[in-house]
Write a protein of this length. Structure first.
Length: 170
């Protein structure tokens, strides 16, 4: 029954931390693009497409983290005696924080790549002008880089997670 409560707490922790990460990401994007939140309407589909791509990228990267966290919970349960909630919260938080930082890095590097590729286009201004072509280009590059980087991110996060004790026989 303890495993059930541990799994339930993991779901709750994941939901809360994911909501916090999405909220922070959204607010950072609003500040970076210097937008008013009422700009998201039918008049500017390009911004909505771009923000949707960013949110999808974050969600996709974070979805790769959850199985690693679940494996860590199982290892914690085997290796640690006593109250497990703090340990689960600690590893979940570390993984989600590193995942958020990695997702932000991937997004900014994708945007930088587009800026390098399209030297004569001002992407932010074009998104504000509802340029769908620029929006689709940005989102497709962002999602492509996200798909490529997900496995590497999961591998990086697994270095932070507890590993089982290995007995060596000589």
């Amino acid at each position: 029954m303890e495993l059930f409560y541990l799994a339930l707490s993991q779901i709750i922790i994941s939901i809360i931390l994911a909501i916090i990460i999405f909220f922070i990401s959204y607010k950072v994007l609003i500040k970076v693009f210097r937008l008013e939140e009422n700009k998201f309407d039918n008049e500017n589909l390009a911004l909505s497409i771009f923000f949707s791509g960013v949110i999808f990228s974050i969600g996709y990267l974070l979805s790769g983290i959850i199985p690693s966290i679940i494996n860590a919970i199982q290892l914690i349960e085997i290796n640690i005696e006593g109250y497990l909630f703090f340990e689960v919260f600690k590893y979940s938080s570390i993984c989600l924080l590193v995942g958020f930082i990695a997702a932000s890095t991937i997004q900014f590097s994708s945007f930088f790549l587009v800026k390098v590729l399209t030297k004569y286009i001002r992407e932010v201004e074009e998104l504000k002008k509802n340029n769908l072509a620029v929006s689709i280009l940005l989102v497709s590059i962002l999602i492509s880089i996200t798909l490529i980087c997900k496995d590497s991110l999961v591998f990086l996060l697994e270095t932070f997670l507890p590993q089982p004790d290995i007995i060596q026989f000589n």
